[in-house]
Ligand binder design. Sequence first.
Ligand SMILES: Cc1ncc(COP(=O)(O)O)c(C=O)c1O
Length: 505
Amino acid sequence: MSMPGHAPPVPAPPTLLEPDLLAADPAGLAEVGRLVTELTREAAAALRRRTGPLPAVTPQELSRLLDSLLPDGPMPRTGGGRQAVLALARSYAALTVDLADPRAAAHLQPPALSVAAAADVLASVFNASVDTWDSGPCAVEIERRVVRSLTDLAGYGPDADGVLTPGGTASNLQALLIARDAALGARRDVRAAGLTGLAAEPVVYCSELAHFSIARACAVLGLGEGAVRPIRTDAAYRMRVDELERALAGRRDTEVPIAIVATAGTTDWGSIDPLPELAAVAARHGVRLHVDAAYGGGALFSDRMRPLLAGIEAADTITIDLHKTAWQPAATSALLARDGRDFAPTTGLRVAYLNPDDDGEAGYDGLLGNSMATTRRADALKVAATFLALGREGVGAMLEACYDLARHAADTVAAHPGLELAAPPALTTVVFRYLPRARGADPDAVNGALRRLLLSRGTALIGRTDVAGSVRLKLTLLNPQATTHDIDELLAAVAAAGSAVEAAA
Ligand SMILES: Cc1ncc(COP(=O)(O)O)c(C=O)c1O
């Protein structure tokens, strides 16, 4: 009987009472274990039925296939429980990209390591954040140690520091933020930094093949994309030092150099700019040097390939993407700084509710001061798990295997009468094209069409780029378990698709 004036208690919805609702308690963890087992079992069954790295559906067909599972509109009012999640896992594994298929060779997107993926589940379960010590004490310490091992690999000394970021784009942005404020001498105040009513014109030098994230960073930082001074490359796609010297020497008085950005591993060619020479130029002109080693940074793990990055230790900052050549689940990049004090002027913030001074002085400090983010995942956990499980040599061996595959692919292309190699590979990409047999056929149209044909069949996933506006195909080889036989079959599939396109014309 309800008391007069008191509403009867409203029963809690059943899900709120489930003892295993929350991941990070013993009952919840057990449920996570059961669910992960079932989800991965469903996914494995779907994977076994696959015929290639991509589903053989058009984008429109894929969208229709998802309709019955996940409405393309308002969210479901009531839940469907674990059955609904299992059905989602089945469809996801059937329809997403399968990067472990040796015929997946399009992007700088490797198959993730099992050990890293499993550790990542634990990061989600505990949901720690590394911005403050008390939001993720062990996660904070693990990231510090992972960063330390990376700065050590880069050849930096004890003053170095770093931070994990969501990707090379973010790492490059933060590097240029640091460089901008170092050069213009002010922070968090656009006017003081000279960004409005500019007398000074900030400029960033990088090769014409630098990643577009450099220009984007300039735009985001208020410098404008026009701040980029693209420097021409040599025949091996590396920044020409003489051209850089000329650009620096010939700059107008109003131009203020913010940074020289070297690329260690250009996206298409894998070429590595001449780091020691660029470091010397940077030092001579008193300009900061940032090395975008988002792709090539993986060479740090390998004794055999480390010499390719000789001189990197002279850079002020380095971007390295662990979700490229350390086989981590995205998103995991690192920005490293030779002098850890570089972070303070731009991100070294003290906030009363997060990291007050006295807590910091007592050692209760998180990583807020190194990052542009506030809440930040324990991404270092999967990296630490990888380093512990495989060691430096284990990770290095993976890149070495892909490096060798790229050489095999290049030799095979060069020996194939219907294919044309664009250049010898520098890392693990191979740029080439199909040569149409029919006189008068447009090679660009045929190469574009043959890639789409492979995509639509789902049997091979290769990349595409251009050389002076003319279409080229690209293999980005990041599967260390692929064999030379797999590469031969992939190239044979490309040639066959080219013939099919020509026959259909
Ligand atoms: C040289 C280089 N830098 C930066 C990036 C951007 O990295 P992310 O995709 O992790 O933002 C890429 C991506 O391919 C790259 O190749």
